[in-house]
Design a binder for this molecule. Structure first.
Ligand SMILES: Nc1ncnc2c1ncn2[C@@H]1O[C@H](COP(=O)(O)OP(=O)(O)OP(=O)(O)O)[C@@H](O)[C@H]1O
Ligand SMILES: [Mg+2]
Length: 246
């Protein structure tokens, strides 16, 4: 589904990602770990096409389409969706109105489903407010997730969906992510794939990841089983991962 090939990305004239390669197959869930400032969010923003993240060299291929020159909007229409680590508040746009617009665009989805989605994620009051304006950290994560539910993308880019989420809500967030990734189907029957950034891996207690990568200084240094990698990081630190070069 996704092929990132020799990707180098700059922001504000500074190169942040260096010659990065990553492949995600349909049906897979891939986790991304790495220290603060290593470039994890920048990778996801480069994939979804946030304008200030300019591709210096390399390619991003999604379902056979070269995304390199496509706008963020065109990438979203092709089926890429992102839940942002720190999304902006959007004054004057109510969360419910955005959800209705997204669901209508998709067609064939009953707008009544929106109410069920809102109730399930405990967003009844928030749905009538401007998107993310004054939302708490955990509320922002649920707001981002419900927007993905309304969009129904094929590739889900989830930037720290677990940070700031309380112990009870994280189970709910996990079950919604599992549904979005069609985890109830066998891997070869799924049409979705996910890339999840997590620091402590809490979300991986609820969402099974097939493999994980460690990003250091703007490139992927190491890959392996998510749980084993997390244990290694706790034991040896991030730099310890460079030794294995898996
Ligand atoms: N718009 C920008 N302007 C200037 N520097 C930027 C911009 N976006 C990212 N950077 C820099 O790029 C580096 C990587 O940032 P990024 O947000 O990708 O890190 P991260 O791995 O997601 O970190 P964290 O775990 O803290 O979320 C950082 O040094 C950051 O300051
Ligand atoms: Mg980040």
């Amino acid at each position: 589904m996704l092929s990132v090939e020799n990707l180098s990305v700059s922001v504000e004239g500074r190169q942040i990602l260096h010659d990065l390669n990553l492949h995600v197959m349909t049906g897979e869930t891939v986790a991304l770990f790495g220290p603060n400032g290593s470039g994890k969010t920048s990778l996801l923003k480069a994939i979804i096409g946030v304008p200030s993240y300019s591709i210096e060299s390399g390619k991003i291929i999604f379902k056979g389409n070269d995304l390199t020159r496509l706008s963020m909007h065109e990438r979203a229409v092709l089926g890429i969706g992102m839940s942002f680590q720190r999304p902006p508040a959007i004054r004057g746009v109510k969360l419910r109105d955005l959800l209705v617009t997204c669901v209508k665009k998709r067609g064939g989805v009953d707008p009544g489903d929106i109410n069920d989605m809102i109730m399930r994620l405990g967003l009844s009051d928030l749905a009538e407010r401007d998107i993310n304006k004054g939302f708490s950290g955990g509320e922002i994560k649920r707001s981002e997730l419900i927007q993905l539910q309304a969009q129904g993308p094929d590739l889900l880019l989830l930037d720290e969906p677990d940070s700031g989420v309380d112990l009870i809500s994280i189970e709910l967030v996990g079950s919604v992510i599992n549904e979005l990734l069609q985890k109830d189907r066998k891997k070869d029957r799924r049409e979705k794939a996910g890339l999840i950034i997590s620091h402590a891996g809490h979300i991986l207690d609820y969402v099974n990841a097939d493999r994980a990568y460690v990003m250091l200084n703007g490139t992927l240094q190491c890959s392996g089983n998510p749980r084993e990698l997390l244990d290694d990081i706790i034991e040896k630190g991030y730099e310890g991962c460079t030794v294995c070069k898996g």
